[in-house]
Design a protein around this ligand. Sequence first.
Ligand code: PEP
Ligand code: MG
Length: 313
Amino acid sequence: AATRTENRWHGTGSTSDGHAVKLLANVGSVTDATAALDAGAEGSGLFRTEFCFLDATTEPTEAQQREAYAAVLRPFAGKPVVVRTLDAGADKPLPFLDVDAEPNPALGVRGLRVAFDRPGLLDRQLAAIVSAAEDTGADVSVMAPMVATPAEAAWFAERARAAGVGRVGVMVETPAAALCAGELLSEVDFASIGTNDLAQYTCAADRMIGALAELNDPWQPALLRLVAMLGEASRAQAAPVGVCGEAASDPLLAGVLAGLGVASLSMTAAALPSVGAALAEHPLKTWRRAAEQAVSAPGAAQARERARAVLDG
Ligand code: PEP
Ligand code: MG
C-alpha cells in the first residue's frame, strides 16, 4: 500500500476529486528550505524567523535581518512563503530580547505582545522582510503570532501595510481569535491556525508537559470545532485559512482539516509525501463526512476512530 500511495503524490496537494489543498513546509533555516523543495513543497506556510537569531545577544540590524531572511527565501523564488514575525517571550527566550521572568510564560508577554511596547522592533523586522522579498522574488506574505483580538490584528495589519507588505495575516493560536474569526478575517487577508498553541490554550494544558499529551491531542473535538468556525468564516469572508501546526502532518487529520474548510497545510517536509498521498485517496465530500464525525465525538481517540471508520466504510 505504501508504494501505491507514494505514487499518487505529485507535488501538488488535492483530494481525489481535484479540490486543491496547498501542501507547504515549515522552515527556519536554509537547510529546511532546501529540504522543503526537495520534498516537493509548493512553498512555505510558516517561516519561523526567530530561528535565524537564536544566538544573537543584540538585536540584529535591519541589514543583518534582510540577509538572513533572503537566504531562506531565495530557494523559494516564484513560490509562496508566509513569513512569521518574531515569536518569542519568556517561554521561547531570545538572548537579545530582555523579557521579564513570568510565573506563567505561556500566558505572558509573548509573540506579537512583545511588539506592543517596542513597535520599532516590529517595524525594523517588517522593513527587512519586505526588502528580502524584493531581493529574492519569493511571493512573500507576513503574519503575526499569538494574536488574541481583532483590534490586535488591525494594529499589526496597519504597521505591515505601512511597511509595504502586500498580503497580511495572523496566526490563530488562542481560542479568543478563533471565536472572533469573522471580525479577525475582516482585518487581514488570511489566517493560519497554529494548532500546537491553540490546542494548549483550548484545553488549558501546557504543551511542554508530557502527562497532558492527551489534552494536547489535535484530535480533541473542541479544537476541531474551533477549526470548523474558522473554515466557516473563511468561506464567508473569502479569505483563506491554513494550518501550520503539527496537526497538518497527521495524514488522516490533514484530510479532516481540509473537510473543515482549511485551504493549505504547512508541515515538516518529511511528512509531505504521506499527507499528499492520503489526501488524494478520497473526494472532498468523504473528508467532510469524516470531519463531521470527528467534530461530534466525545474525545480525541473516538474522533480519530470515527474519522477512520468513514474512510474505511
Ligand atoms: C503553533 O503554535 O502551532 C505553531 C505553528 O507555532 P509554534 O509551534 O512555533 O509555536
Ligand atoms: Mg505557536
